[in-house]
Design a protein around this ligand. Structure first.
Ligand code: SF4
Length: 338
């Protein structure tokens, strides 16, 4: 019996913690250089939730049913001593899994091992192309593919397996890389997930014409390999899963635009400065930091506030996506992670 459900009877299961708004990449669909240039003001350290505040937040959410933590950013590996935070969170009763989404550029063998020993169980690495020309054009900071492939190997060696690789597809940018990427990760045990380009935030100049729909991604793959659907392991799983009939492994397609999955969305997000967002496309957050720093408030009172927030939740942005909903202010993905 879930502890709390929202307006659509969706339980609270996944907490995504963005531990920094900084990133060392400038991916054109997430953190374009024109906006996040040298004059951009990132959050000062004192505005960030401390490790103790983050751990208390995890404990409070665990009382409300959260079982899975995903560490995100910005680029989470830019947050110093991240292994200390992961160790603290791993000791919170009720938390079954800690995962992390990273661009991989800071993940070497030693770092992967340290994070695994601290309690990290899985990583998702972002990689949008196999050719340096396209990948460098997307990350816009000249980081080569080889660096990310080494990070994936380091994660596998550290036992942070099964690894998932996320590839955001944008038409006429990297859609020609669908087959080369699929071919590269077949028979490796790594699950490649194709992500439809989303209208997150207000800075990436999103257009529907730039979206490569899930149906087209699947059709492209099926021209090369026979694929069969795989049943979801739990409600709220974001990717539609398929396995290669020849035993080549699995792929996933995350189709927020053309095949929305809001019906079972059990995710909540906390930004680096402690704003709670009940949907990736929210325009406004709920100030958790103020409650955490309010000496007169005990855990019970803060928990009641979180319970009311979730109980009142009625987000279904992707199901209701339209020109009207798309034009309003939305929090940036680089601020709260995917
Ligand atoms: S659009 Fe919002 S409600 Fe729908 S799946 Fe994404 S985060 Fe959940």
């Amino acid at each position: 019996m879930p502890i709390v459900v929202d307006q659509y009877q969706r339980p609270l299961h996944d907490l995504r913690l963005s531990v920094t708004d900084r990133c060392n990449f400038r991916c054109v669909y997430c953190m374009p250089k024109e906006v996040y240039g040298s004059r951009f003001h990132f959050l000062p350290k004192h505005d960030l939730l401390t490790f103790d505040e983050l751990t208390r937040a995890v404990w409070l959410f665990a009382q409300l049913g959260v079982k899975k933590i995903r560490i995100t950013g910005g680029e989470p590996l830019l947050r110093r001593d991240l292994d200390v935070l992961i160790h603290q969170i791993s000791e919170v009763e009720g938390i079954e899994e800690i995962a992390m989404t990273t661009n991989g550029s800071g993940l070497d063998t030693q770092r992967a091992k340290t994070l695994q020993q601290a309690g990290l169980r899985r990583v998702t690495v972002s990689l949008d192309a196999l050719t340096d020309k396209i990948f460098k054009a997307i990350n816009d900071v000249g980081v080569p593919v080889s660096r990310i492939l080494s990070a994936i190997d380091a994660a596998i060696a550290a036992g942070l397996h099964p690894i998932k690789v996320n590839m955001v597809l944008k038409r006429d940018v990297n859609d020609q890389q669908i087959i080369p990427m699929a071919r590269h990760f077949r028979h490796t045990g790594v699950t490649l997930r194709f992500i439809e380009y989303m209208d997150v935030g207000n800075t990436n100049g999103w257009r529907m014409d730039d979206v490569v729909p899930a149906s087209e991604i699947l059709a492209t793959l099926q021209q090369e390999w026979a694929l069969e659907p795989v049943a979801p392991t739990h409600p709220g799983e974001v990717a539609r899963r398929y396995r290669y009939q020849d035993g080549g492994g699995e792929i996933g397609i995350i189709a927020s635009v053309t095949q929305p999955f809001c019906q079972a969305c059990s995710r909540i997000r906390v930004s680096p400065e402690g704003q709670i967002y009940t949907c990736l496309f929210c325009s406004k957050g709920f100030d958790l930091r103020r409650l955490l720093r309010e000496d007169s408030l005990g855990d019970e009172q803060v928990m009641q506030a979180l319970k009311s927030l979730w109980a009142a939740r009625d987000d279904q942005y992707s199901l209701n996506r339209s020109k009207a909903t798309g034009s309003g202010p939305k929090v940036e993905m680089s601020h709260i992670g995917g």
